[in-house]
Design a protein around this ligand. Structure first.
Ligand code: ZN
Ligand code: ZN
Length: 367
């Protein structure tokens, strides 16, 4: 690589193969920085982006929203959220959001900053014309105001990216669920969000956690992460039988908390059938519009006295707290073992195909 140019993977339009381009090396803007990419994640969102299943995506984009890199250039002093300076060479990740205005109705009145219309996400809603704003690239441009987060010394890039975007997302879902000590939790879905929700449910005080999902490798990973039992949906195709499986393990009552992290709309009525009367249901897996589901409002919601909560994106606090929890508990929960495979930039298309076929749990792009 010459110092004047860098390579990056472009996703130019839905359904088109990703392509490598060589572009001018970015320079830091005033108050910003440049990272040399160490690794970036591949997640289910990238597969959805590739198929055009997310609305409002300004193609072409450079994918890779959660990444780790080393600071190679900065303009103006850089510091972390606690005011400690960040030196050049530091190993960092960053809160992958920019543009949130802090001045609109959503930001100020609703206090729901993840719904701010000006909010943009690296690797997802960041147009390539705005810069190298995705991790599938040899360099990442940190815009002024984007908050860098140094990795704790005990953690490697592989530890953090084994959690990836599922780490703060699963943490956020568990926060929304308001898990009480001694609760029984069912997680629907065994992808990275579901597995992280299973981890943080335990850390939040859940007595027993079950995971309903597929394929086998992901369910095996769930049990290694302390999940009491798993249900393989490919081996038990009848949703009513799956709800009975949960009731058989909860004195016939159902779980205190069910977290939906599957992405399948049909999981929602099924998950409500797994919930006890007065229980709490969190929907975090329906990140793209995969269609409708039919509920029975009497049976699923009203008579059940259910609390149903949505969970969109994550805020800085979720990244900050989930990373601190990872640093504390990485001996008990081996996040880095969730990384199934690493791919160079040239093999980004293969990484997308492997993620789509679920043959990997977490995949890394390593420029
Ligand atoms: Zn706003
Ligand atoms: Zn992701």
């Amino acid at each position: 690589m010459s110092t004047g140019s860098v390579r990056a993977v472009y996703m130019s339009a839905p359904g088109r193969p990703v392509e490598m381009r060589t572009v001018a090396a970015p320079r830091a803007r005033e108050g910003g920085a440049i990272l040399e990419t160490v690794a970036s994640e591949v997640c289910g969102t990238d597969v959805h982006l590739h198929h055009g299943r997310l609305s409002g995506v300004p193609y072409p984009i450079i994918p890779g929203h959660v990444s780790v890199g080393r600071v190679v250039e900065s303009r103006g002093p850089l510091e972390d959220v606690e005011g400690r300076p960040i030196a050049e060479g530091a190993l960092v990740t960053f809160y992958d959001v920019y543009g949130t205005c802090g001045a609109c109705w959503h930001c100020l009145v609703a206090r729901a900053a993840t719904r701010c219309p000006k909010r943009r996400v690296y690797g997802i809603t960041a147009p390539a014309s705005d810069g190298l704003l995705g991790g599938w690239s040899e360099r990442i441009e940190i815009l002024p105001g984007v908050r860098l987060v140094p990795l704790p010394e005990s953690l490697s890039a592989e530890d953090f990216l084994g959690g990836g975007c599922g780490l703060p997302t699963g943490f956020h879902a568990v926060e929304r669920a308001g898990i009480a000590m001694g609760d029984v939790v069912v997680v629907q879905g065994s992808g990275p969000v579901g597995l992280n929700a299973a981890i943080f449910s335990q850390l939040a005080g859940a007595l027993r956690v079950f995971v309903v999902g597929a394929p086998k490798a992901r369910l095996d990973a769930a049990r290694r992460l302390g999940v009491e039992d798993t249900l393989d949906i490919t081996a038990m195709g009848d949703p009513a039988a799956r709800a009975s499986w949960v009731r058989d393990r909860t004195s016939g009552r159902g779980a205190d908390v069910v977290i939906e992290a599957s992405g399948n709309p049909a999981a929602v009525p099924e998950g409500l059938d797994m919930l006890r009367d007065g229980g709490r249901y969190v929907v975090v897996g329906q990140y793209t519009d995969s269609g409708d589901a039919t509920l029975n409002p009497h049976r699923h919601i009203n008579r059940r006295h259910a609390t149903i909560l949505g969970c969109w994106g994550y805020e800085f606090s979720h990244l900050h707290r989930s990373l601190a929890m990872m640093a504390r508990h990485a001996g008990r929960f081996r996040w880095r073992e969730l990384v199934s495979r690493e791919y160079p930039l040239e093999k980004a298309g293969e990484a997308l195909a492997d993620m789509e076929s679920l043959s990997v749990i977490k995949a890394l792009i390593r420029p």
